[in-house]
Design a protein around this ligand. Structure first.
Ligand SMILES: Nc1ncnc2c1ncn2[C@@H]1O[C@H](COP(=O)(O)OP(=O)(O)OP(=O)(O)O)[C@@H](O)[C@H]1O
Ligand SMILES: O=C(O)C1=C[C@@H](O)[C@@H](O)[C@H](O)C1
Ligand SMILES: [Mg+2]
Length: 173
């Protein structure tokens, strides 16, 4: 079973922090987007373009189910907790869920150069803020712990998560 699950908006740092946390605690890192890419043999952009978002979301739920059973730190995709089926899976798993929270301004700056988030491309600045606001409710609802990541180094964020090991352990018992 995964040790913990990281959730949050695109660019909140789930992959970056998850990778570092896994390295620090000497455990495997599982990244839902990377697992989907490996399983399908296509990039996220290619999956969205060739099959559409609904197909991607089905794949995401399927890969989430199996990744949660594996040992490691699990970084989800930014949209994973939007589906009720996925939120239920997270809630019933007994695995600590950590919400990496970042402001829309910080996220925009981090993802300025990114071209591999198909959902971002079609959003205006206003729509982006709206989507961020809408999704925050899902992340907050699913989270056992919220960590604000604005203007903080990944190593500092990992340290904060690890200082909450007591809380994380108690959830797993
Ligand atoms: N704490 C941080 N400080 C500065 N830059 C960061 C931080 N965390 C992540 N980044 C940068 O932001 C970008 C997005 O980070 P990352 O891929 O980890 O986000 P993510 O939450 O996994 O996004 P997605 O939901 O799209 O998978 C990367 O370029 C990464 O280097
Ligand atoms: O926020 C989202 O809906 C997404 C985030 C990424 O991690 C990828 O899963 C994909 O680009 C969709
Ligand atoms: Mg990621």
């Amino acid at each position: 079973m995964a040790q913990c699950i990281l959730i949050g908006f695109m660019g909140s740092g789930k992959t970056t922090v998850g990778r570092l946390m896994a390295e620090t605690t000497r455990t495997p890192h599982l990244d839902l987007d990377e697992l989907i890419i490996a399983q399908s043999g296509q990039s996220i952009n290619q999956i969205f373009a060739a099959h559409g978002e609904a197909y991607f979301r089905d794949l995401e739920s399927q890969v989430l189910r199996s990744a949660m059973r594996a040992e490691g730190i699990l970084s989800t995709g930014g949209g994973t907790p939007v589906r009720k089926e996925n939120r239920d899976l997270l809630a019933q798993s007994g695995i600590p869920v950590i919400f990496l929270k970042a402001s829309p301004e910080v996220i925009r700056a981090r993802l300025k150069e990114a071209s591999d988030r198909p959902l971002l491309r079609k959003l205006s600045a206003r729509q982006f803020v709206h989507l961020h606001e809408e999704r925050e409710a899902y992340y907050a609802q699913a989270a056992d712990l919220t960590v604000v990541t604005n203007h903080r180094k990944p190593a500092d964020i990992v340290r904060e998560i690890l200082t909450r090991a007591d809380l994380l352990e108690s959830k797993r018992k």
